[in-house]
Design a binder for this molecule. Structure first.
Ligand SMILES: Cc1cc2nc3c(=O)[nH]c(=O)nc-3n(C[C@H](O)[C@H](O)[C@H](O)COP(=O)(O)OP(=O)(O)OC[C@H]3O[C@@H](n4cnc5c(N)ncnc54)[C@H](O)[C@@H]3O)c2cc1C
Length: 461
């Protein structure tokens, strides 16, 4: 039943990442919406080491919490191809996913993201990739830049606040409550906050927590594969041709020895490598800005790992790798020249100095990454880089830098019905990377919209 403006139904959204924000945007005119976010406001997320510099980049912190979510401090690459960034298409089909992606794009453009991007033909790259057994996926992409994205997110938040959305920041939701298998609210600092609908969008960092809530309610969950690999850094000139066609060119290949899938991900042209922090260790990540360039390009090079029995929990396996890398690196990410890895020798600052690629992240331990990553992963990466070198000459040169580990932990995927309402608890919805369906700003935001549409349909009934 539709209620009057003074008696609107209450929706609590957990997480102010892209999924939570776009859901709130859709719901603002239909319900009394509160977003609870454990992190800080977007303007207050700037890291200490970034203060007071003209051309800033952060080497010492990795903030995944706060308004904007993991995406708030990110590179702001908007990938607009439904086949990139998770499995939304498997749930709602290609056409609907594309429509939702367009809605997300429109909202970002409304708040300052670039409008139309010129199409650059990629036939040459595609041909060269195909001739070398590599799949190149041309995609429509936009780049906002980590220096511009906070403004875009801030503008979205201001718009939603104007339309009545409340933001409860620096506040962690402890648990979700339900009565007679229907969501009834959340608990914060031991106090119950009632709601008619609860949408969980806690991102990858909140995925374990989400899994725990699902187990509590008996919602079946599935462990998804993780990605393990390195952040590769090369002189920008090496990747120049490739990034002319796509800012973040997507290459996928199967390696000869193990027939494993290896892919490039999150390319940061003229970018900076940054430290990432996992529960069990540290790793590498990257970003590039719109108005500040380094001389290098970095990208993530990852191999997919799925497990069956006796250990299905891929995250547990990923954690042991992160832990091992932390032990070897004394708490810092590892850095090795590709040439040293091939020779089976540890990189040292002395050897790194001889290389003409200057690392953009110096808070690292020069090391031997084969001491930290499983043999199978190292083999996949070496073979994959050799394959890629035939399409992007120079990428597998001895001077290429490898930062390890880079791990994309998997979220658990709860069983859901239409609009991502959980299979067991009514009025409880899940969205974004934390629900194991998406991997990226646009898909996460699109899934948030899909949930919001389900809630609106129920409210308007
Ligand atoms: C360094 C970096 C760079 C990236 N670059 C890109 C890029 O260029 N393009 C791209 O498409 N993707 C990028 N990504 C990935 C992208 O940021 C995520 O895919 C996206 O943000 C997922 O959105 P989400 O809303 O599902 O989750 P998140 O963005 O992770 O947001 C979840 C939010 O929920 C909050 N939360 C969690 N648990 C609780 C709780 N119990 N109570 C209250 N709040 C809670 C968290 O603090 C967080 O703010 C990058 C990620 C990182 C880390």
């Amino acid at each position: 039943m539709k209620r009057g403006a003074g008696n609107r139904q209450k929706v609590i959204i957990v997480g102010a990442g892209p999924a939570g924000l776009l859901a709130a945007h859709m719901l603002a005119d239909h319900a009394d919406v509160t977003i609870v976010e454990k992190g800080r406001d977007i303007g207050r997320r700037t890291c200490e080491v970034m203060k007071g510099k003209d051309c800033i980049y952060c080497n010492a912190c990795s903030v995944t919490a706060g308004v904007g979510g993991a995406g708030g401090m990110s590179d702001g690459k908007l990938n607009l191809n439904p086949l990139i960034g998770g499995d939304l298409v498997d749930f709602i089909g290609m056409q609907r996913t594309q429509e939702l992606f367009d809605m997300v794009d429109d909202y970002f453009v409304e708040h300052g993201a670039p409008g139309e991007v010129p199409h650059v033909p990629s036939d040459g790259l595609q041909q060269s990739a195909a001739a070398n057994g590599i799949e190149f996926i041309p995609i429509k992409q936009k780049h906002i830049g980590s220096d511009m994205l906070p403004r875009v997110i801030g503008s979205m938040k201001a718009d939603m606040e104007k339309r009545g959305v409340k933001f409860l920041l620096n506040t962690t939701v402890e648990s979700v409550t339900a009565q007679n298998d229907k969501a009834s609210g959340v608990v914060i600092k031991g106090k119950h906050y009632p709601a008619d609908y609860v949408l969980l969008a806690p991102g990858r960092s909140g995925s374990t927590w989400l899994g725990g809530q699902m187990k509590k309610f008996g919602v079946p969950i599935k462990y998804m594969p993780i990605d393990v690999g390195v952040r590769v850094e090369v002189p920008a000139v090496v990747y120049e041709e490739a990034v002319k066609t796509n800012w973040d060119p997507k290459f996928r290949m199967h390696t000869p020895t193990y027939d494993d899938l290896v892919r490039t991900f999150c390319t940061c042209p003229y970018g900076f490598v940054v430290q990432d922090t996992y529960e069990s260790g540290v790793g590498a990540n990257g970003h590039s800005q719109r108005n500040c360039r380094s001389n290098n390009t970095n990208f993530s090079f990852l191999t997919k790992i799925g497990l069956t029995e006796p250990l299905e929990n891929t995250n547990e396996y990923g954690s042991t790798i992160a832990h091992q890398a932390r032990t070897i690196g004394g708490g810092k990410p590892l850095l090795q020249r590709l040439g040293d890895l091939k020779k089976g020798q540890r990189s040292t600052w002395e050897r790194l100095k001889r290389s003409y690629v200057e690392p953009t992240l110096r808070y690292v331990t020069p090391a031997d990454i084969s001491m930290a990553l499983p043999h199978r992963v190292v083999t996949d990466l070496l073979e994959g880089l050799d394959m890629l070198d035939r399409v992007v000459p120079g990428v597998a040169s001895d001077a290429t830098l490898l930062y390890a580990p880079e791990i994309k932990f998997a979220a658990v995927r709860p069983e859901t019905r239409d609009h991502f309402e959980t299979a067991v608890v009514d009025n409880l919805f899940v969205a974004g990377d934390g629900a194991g369906v998406t991997r990226g700003i646009v898909p996460a935001a699109a899934m948030g919209i899909a949930c919001a549409e389900g809630i609106i349909a129920r409210i308007e009934k």
